[in-house]
Design a protein around this ligand. Sequence first.
Ligand code: KG4
Ligand code: ZN
Length: 336
Amino acid sequence: MLILGIETSCDDTSVAIYDTKQGLIINKVVHQKNVHANYGGIVPELASEYHLKYIQSTLKKILKKSYILISDISGVAYTAGPGLERSLAIGASFACALAYSLSIPSVGIHHLEGHLLTTMLENKKPNFPFLGLIISGAHTQLILANSLGTYKILGDCLDDALGEAFDKTANLLGINYPGGKKLSILAKYGNSQRFFFPRPMIKQSGVNFSFSGLKTYVKNVICSYSKIDHQTRCDVARAFEDAILDTIEIKCRRALNFTQCKNLVIAGGVSANHAIRKRLNQVMRSRGGKLFFSKQSLCTDNAAMIAYVGSIRLKKNASRKIFIRPRWCLEDLSKP
Ligand code: KG4
Ligand code: ZN
């Protein structure tokens, strides 16, 4: 069975085809990074305009490239939320209209369930129950995944999400949006002994996160220089990343102790970060557990994860009813 996935929750237009027998066939992402770079963040009106512009041509391209006919598709899965309302509406309308015209079912998928289950597309798959750490541009959550569709949020972010903190700090260092990846490249060349930044919320019990204070701290350090040279930028980036690594390690260890999970899954755009992968790999090895993550291209937003979750959910919840939920809690999936 071939499932078409459509993801338009934020600023990337993505279309993918997942085969329930062979796995992922094709995934294409059209980035809008250049469109939003000048604004320092995503402009929702522009994001939806570009989804509208690219969605049909992206579908045509993947069908052509994979030699699949649209009539071979058995179901359409789309991101129903959480995300930007206008962007979600474009993907949902396109997906449902297509499914209706082909007389096949459609299903709305939770974006974060997509991220959480992306590692199921890899050869090395985690077994339930597992601890999930979603670190993206919009979310930072520690989740106990008991079984498919049954998720408990153990910790959440009280302000800026981790990706947002990376992007805003990168912006302070003169890097265009989204600067998370470039900041981590600068950090590689930084001296870890020059600055020490606070590790936010490690003294409070629990596993919630807060990164806006750290970002303000970095801003004050940068503002104390009249001119910031390249090495100082690298040293600041390194101190920022080190503070993130320690904070994440402490929170993950707490959540692992609490849940007794042996498997840790990291997902979302920031899980592409090599230093985070390395640190959490060491943590899991020291506990006799395993760390799971996706290939780089599937860490950031993509339709492959939506098509995969769709292939499971279409069996249960197939309908032609269109819906979007810009604010949608992952725990609500287990509610009837
Ligand atoms: O999951 P995603 O594509 O979007 C949301 O659903 O929010 O994540 C995008 C985020 C951006 O903030 C980007 O800067 C960050 O992921 N990111 C990284 C890296 N690669 C992407 N942050 C740190 N290190 C990276 N290597
Ligand atoms: Zn995402």
